[in-house]
Design a protein around this ligand. Structure first.
Ligand SMILES: Nc1ncnc2c1ncn2[C@@H]1O[C@H](COP(=O)(O)OP(=O)(O)OP(=O)(O)O)[C@@H](O)[C@H]1O
Length: 298
């Protein structure tokens, strides 16, 4: 399968700042990839290079099999900037019709695009009266013009409420199922954990790790946390039987290495009627992200 995006040993410096160092990354058709990193990690620089807005210093970039910024790449790539600005006096319908005309597409497609992003009811209202989430949806409707094969989305859900975020990711799921590739940056770790296929952690311009959450979890090999709830009146006995744990008002908290999980669980199960319940809490993406960022000296 031809990859939608291939970055190979990409570097980029601005005067004395090295923004990207030897970055290699592929995105396949239908794949949703999240780019994670602290402020200044190089996410926007990477996106600008993919869009053909700035040149890179060395390495290679293939966007839909073509050079970034070429006719083929521009026709197949959509971009949603973090703070998309629109004309406040235009209605959503007028704004999208305008973009359709610019892209040489029939203006009548605007109604369908607005319905797709959940703005059918607000289509005839001025954008100046829209909430931030609604403006973001206008941005997404604009990005969907011409059925893009690669969507580049810079912090697309910042400032959206939880329901709008869920709707946004549901729409990305549909686009990915139709074969579109998605490269998005985000600081909202919990949502990308559940809604993307692969995570790429960028730190100081370098890819420190990438993979599915399960891959990253394996690589990080962080301890698993266990929460053991005692039966009524059994707390003191449980604390004595599991001295490595820490008892608080809700139960006993302890942790163990990944490869100790099953033996530890069977030991706890062997405590019989002292135990009411066991919760196994794997490391979250926040834990994994901090682990890799710390390892990189941040
Ligand atoms: N035009 C520029 N001139 C000089 N330095 C720049 C320029 N643009 C970015 N940089 C520097 O390059 C590095 C990477 O910046 P970039 O904007 O790509 O990071 P980012 O990961 O997108 O950050 P954020 O999460 O804050 O948007 C930073 O050190 C930044 O200061």
């Amino acid at each position: 399968m031809t990859q939608s995006l291939i970055l190979s040993q990409l570097t980029k410096s601005y005067q004395d700042t090295q923004a990207l160092r030897d970055v290699s990354l592929d995105v396949a058709p239908g794949e949703r990839v999240a780019l994670l990193g602290h402020n200044g990690a190089g996410k926007s620089t990477m996106m600008k290079i993919v869009l053909g807005l700035i040149p890179h210093d060395s390495g290679t970039v293939s966007v839909l099999g073509a050079c970034p910024g070429s006719g083929v790449a521009r026709a197949g790539v959509a971009y949603l900037p973090e703070n998309a600005a629109f004309h406040p006096a235009l209605t959503g319908l007028e704004q999208i019709r305008y973009y359709l005309r610019l892209r040489g597409q029939p203006a009548r497609m605007a109604t369908d695009l607005l319905a797709r992003v959940g703005l059918a009811d607000a289509a005839k209202r001025r954008i100046g009266t829209y909430s931030k989430g609604m403006r973001q949806r206008i941005g997404l409707a604009q990005a969907l013009i011409g059925k893009p094969r690669l969507l580049v989305l810079d912090e697309p859900t910042s400032g959206l409420d939880p329901v709008s975020r869920r709707d946004f990711y549901a729409l990305l799921d549909e686009l990915a199922a139709e074969g579109a590739s998605v490269l998005l940056s985000s600081h909202a770790l919990t949502e990308v954990e559940a809604r993307t296929d692969r995570l790429v952690i960028l730190s100081q311009g370098r890819v420190v790790t990438q993979g599915s959450l399960a891959d990253l979890r394996r690589q990080a090999a962080l301890p698993i946390r266990l929460h053991v709830t005692p039966r009524d009146g059994q707390g003191p006995r449980l604390a004595e039987a599991l001295p490595q744990g820490r008892m608080n008002g809700t139960g006993l908290h302890m942790s163990c290495a990944q490869d100790e999980k099953l033996p530890t669980l069977s030991r706890i199960a062997g405590l019989g009627d002292m135990v009411r319940d066991i919760d196994v809490i794997p490391p979250s993406l926040e834990d994994i992200y901090s682990h890799f960022s710390r390892r990189d000296g941040q």
